[in-house]
Design a protein around this ligand. Structure first.
Ligand SMILES: Cc1cc2nc3c(=O)[nH]c(=O)nc-3n(C[C@H](O)[C@H](O)[C@H](O)COP(=O)(O)OP(=O)(O)OC[C@H]3O[C@@H](n4cnc5c(N)ncnc54)[C@H](O)[C@@H]3O)c2cc1C
Length: 398
């Protein structure tokens, strides 16, 4: 084992939250190490398509946004974290723009805003339907051009208290660091494997960093609350487990049963919509895919061609390549394991219950309570990633 010296801040994970934390810590003057399990590019964040929420509409406000989070969480979210999330959302968007993210705009120059499930206003900003890709690319550029030392292919395998903070085993390296930011995402893949189900997640979403933090004494909340994306692709086979962007429904697609009837509010909170699909199929009103899987219809033919071309080009390309044109025929869908709602307990500066250990992004709990709204995860990554990076740098300098 080689010892790779001392750092002020060690960030674990290179998704949107880890990259935002690394950039922020480095800009606050810290010596930063960023260790990640596979390549720097590998993460769930880059797969995010639909968008990121922020209250920019004239009829909207951070308070309204917070209200929607609270209701969608069925009043289980931590209101202090929700207040931070929604009040800092517009500044987070501006920051991303400074880093080079170009959100889709309307002809009048305003943001193209969509209404996502559980939202009372149109609030979802998009970069076409590759929002996560655009955000992570910009953050990665900023992290790579800063002074952070990168450790790809270096999974965190152990964390213990050291003489001057924490000692971490990452791959072949042992790193001493004053503070640590855990940004290793959720456990969608591990959980799906155990349940024999499909998941939208990337192969690294296995959750061992949460286990390491729990073993070190950190507290967690709502770890049992897993989220099913209402619209996993059910057919064609190459799109099974694909998350059909929720913006399909924001732009007019509706869920239909075998008889062509709408059986739920297609823009309800995610858990409600997912459950409605499962129940509809259980009551015998679903349809079957050619390989015998359960499904219902998502009537994407109701989406206006212009909306699809601006906001769903990637999804259209993928389906058309597989021989299905969603603007000409309904597509088949069924809920798929997608997201870990709960996670490590944090305060408003993203510090866990272990002093000097911070957590941000999907690995942290509280911001969404037991049911996350679409578009609030990328937002959480940026808002709390920045907070974690700054706070970890400040603590390291004391
Ligand atoms: C297909 C898909 C579509 C989505 N669409 C949206 C959307 O439109 N809007 C939205 O807000 N959210 C969306 N989400 C959710 C959102 O993208 C993620 O929840 C969020 O980006 C998670 O970011 P993160 O930084 O916490 O974790 P990730 O982006 O998952 O990054 C975790 C990082 O930690 C690394 N890692 C894992 N284990 C270890 C270890 N032991 N040691 C070191 N590193 C480790 C991983 O390799 C990875 O680099 C979507 C998710 C998926 C999968």
């Amino acid at each position: 084992m080689s010892t790779n010296g001392h750092f002020d801040v060690l960030v674990v994970g290179s998704g949107a939250s880890g990259l935002a934390a690394a950039v922020s810590a480095e800009r606050a003057g810290a010596r930063v190490a960023l260790a990640t399990k596979a390549s720097i590019q590998s993460c769930n964040s880059a797969k995010a398509q639909g968008g990121i929420q922020a209250a920019f509409g004239e009829d909207d406000s951070p308070e309204q946004h917070a209200d929607d989070v609270w209701r969608s969480s069925h009043e289980t979210a931590d209101l202090r974290l929700v207040e931070v999330l929604t009040s800092e959302a517009p500044a987070a968007i501006r920051w991303l723009e400074e880093l080079g993210v170009e959100f889709t705009k309307e002809e009048d120059g305003g943001y193209r805003l969509a209404r996502c499930g559980g939202a009372s206003r149109r609030r979802l900003l998009q970069v076409g339907d590759r929002t996560g890709h655009a955000i992570t690319a910009a953050l990665r550029d900023a992290a790579e051009s800063g002074g952070a030392t990168l450790f790809p292919k270096s999974p965190l395998a152990g964390l213990e208290r050291g003489e001057h903070g924490w000692r971490a085993r990452v791959g072949e390296h042992v790193l001493d660091t004053a503070t640590v930011v855990l940004a290793a995402g959720g456990r969608g893949i591990a959980e799906a494997k155990e349940r024999g189900e499909l998941s939208t997640n990337h192969p690294g979403a296995t959750g061992e960093v949460t286990r390491i933090a729990l073993d070190a004494g950190a507290e967690a909340r709502d770890l049992d609350a897993l989220q099913y994306h209402p619209n996993g692709g059910a057919w064609p086979q190459t799109l099974q487990g694909y998350s059909i962007p929720e913006t399909t429904r924001a732009y007019g697609a509706v869920l239909l049963n075998a008889d062509g009837e709408e059986f739920t509010d297609s823009l309800g909170p995610r858990d409600v919509v997912s459950q409605a699909i499962v129940d509809e199929v259980a009551s015998g009103k679903g349809v079957e895919t050619p390989d015998g899987r359960p499904a219902v219809y998502l009537d994407t033919t109701r989406i206006a061609e212009r909306d699809a071309e601006i906001s769903l080009p990637y999804m259209l390309r993928r389906y058309r390549k597989a021989g299905v044109d969603p603007l000409a025929e309904k597509i088949l869908t069924y809920p798929v394991l997608h997201y870990q709602n709960g996670g490590l307990v944090i305060d408003t500066h993203a510090e866990t219950t272990l002093e000097g250990v911070y957590a941000c992004g999907e690995i942290a709990g509280g911001t969404h309570g037991r049911n996350r709204m679409m578009g609030n995860s990328l937002l959480e990554c940026v808002v709390f990633g920045r907070r974690a990076g700054r706070a970890a740098a400040a603590k390291a300098s004391v």
